[in-house]
Ligand binder design. Structure first.
Ligand code: TTP
Ligand code: MN
Ligand code: MN
Ligand code: MN
Length: 383
């Protein structure tokens, strides 16, 4: 296919949304090492520095050959976003097969603790650092700190809707940390694709009961081809839904209630999506939930994070692109739209900047066309 050839030649470009980025690339072991350095900077709150590593990693991901001495001066030094420091690390890896700083970092108690703390649902780097400064080192320390014991009551699946009336909004962050800890082992267990599909089937069976014509796409890492996912992300659209008023949210709330009634949800909260601009108000709603498939003979129930995104017809396709990711692909898509096209893109819609005219794309490919971008398959958006 000619498009494929064009995309293949695009590994030199600065915008991640113009490059093909496979899930696993030729230089994966190098990226694992650089990934430790990226993560360390992110955990320490060094955002600019972290972004530099994130960009370098994304650029290398698109490079189609194994990095070697033969192509270092011809290709690698000319790749975008690879400054002197980064090239030094890559050269170090090339000559010694390792990166000293990555190994030191990996071995450090601080890095291990911050990584563990921030792997808890609802805990970011700033909280993780605070816990470390308070003397905590392990997840068990954290369970004691938050008073979560073996027998801590997790909200019962289906027993009641936790966020609806029992819990005040300002209690949710603390609640989600407690739930995140109580369910730590479950939520750490990777979700195989087959289970993602089962969850999708069950959710849509209930959604179609409410609105037979509704449509859906599983997005996130699943759509990018990951064999195992950390959560399940589903965009749900309804061709007949009215975008004015609260119909999108109403559909979301009805579905959440049905899922509670079926006994498969134990926690949910609605969030305003992205930068909610005037024109896009009420077009997109997201519910972050914790879900478990019904018990069956073979498997015991495992709690899973499930994100449901409800989209009006105007935003269905942009929501799909916005939630397919990756994070870096999305970042550059927004940047490309703004800087090169005079448009504003996010998952809640695509608008012209000078008059805020909202486009009404008819497919995912149509969004790429409007943005003046060549099509990139979801499995090649792992920037
Ligand atoms: P995630 O589910 O956080 O990540 P992921 O699906 O890429 O990988 P994982 O297996 O770890 O779940 O987010 C999915 C995509 O949705 C992400 O690439 C960017 C987008 N996104 C938003 O647009 N807004 C948000 O608030 C979040 C959390 C994600
Ligand atoms: Mn996901
Ligand atoms: Mn998600
Ligand atoms: Mn469980």
């Amino acid at each position: 296919e000619p498009t494929n050839e064009r995309v293949k030649a695009n590994w030199r470009l600065r915008y991640a949304c113009k490059r093909a980025s496979p899930l696993v690339c030729k230089n994966q072991p190098l990226l694992v090492e650089l990934g430790v350095l990226y993560r360390a900077r992110e955990l320490e709150g060094l955002e600019v520095n972290a972004l530099g590593y994130e960009r370098a990693i994304a650029v290398i991901k698109s490079y189609p050959n194994l990095i070697a001495h033969e192509n270092f001066e011809t290709d690698i030094v000319h790749l975008p976003f690879l400054g002197e420091k980064m090239l030094f690390k890559i050269r170090e890896y090339l000559t010694t097969g390792r990166i000293q700083e990555s190994e030191t970092t990996r071995a450090s108690q601080r890095f291990q603790s911050l990584s563990a703390f921030s792997s808890v649902y609802g805990v970011g780097p700033a909280t993780a650092r605070k816990l470390y400064d308070d003397g905590l080192r392990t997840i068990d320390d954290m369970k004691r700190y938050y008073d979560v014991q073996e027998d801590t009551e997790v909200p019962q699946l289906g027993a009641n809707s936790v966020t609806n009336d029992l819990i005040r909004k300002d209690q949710i962050p603390n609640l989600s940390t407690k739930v995140g800890l109580a369910l730590y082992e479950d939520l750490e267990t990777p979700i195989p694709r087959s289970e993602v599909e089962q969850i999708h089937d069950l959710v849509m069976q209930e959604a179609r009961y409410l609105m037979p014509e509704c449509i859906s796409t599983v997005v996130g890492g699943y759509r990018r081809g990951k064999p195992y996912c950390n959560d399940v992300d589903i965009v749900i659209g309804c061709p007949n839904i009215q975008s004015g008023g609260n119909q999108v949210k109403a559909l979301g709330e009805k579905l959440i209630k049905r899922l509670y009634d079926r006994g498969v949800l134990c926690l949910s909260g609605f969030h305003a999506q992205d930068s909610v601009r005037g024109a896009h108000l009420n077009l997109l709603e997201k519910a972050m939930t914790i879900f478990a498939l019904p018990k069956n003979a073979v498997h015991q129930r495992v709690h899973r994070r499930l994100d449901l995104i409800f989209a009006a017809p105007e935003t269905y396709w942009t929501a799909i692109i916005g939630w397919t990711g990756s994070k870096m692909f999305e970042r550059d898509l927004r940047l490309w739209a703004k800087v090169e096209m005079g448009m504003k893109f996010d998952s809640s819609g695509l608008t012209r900047r000078y008059d805020s005219k909202l486009f009404m794309p008819s497919s995912e490919r149509h969004v790429f066309e409007i943005l003046g971008l060549d099509w990139i398959d979801p499995t090649m958006r792992n920037a």
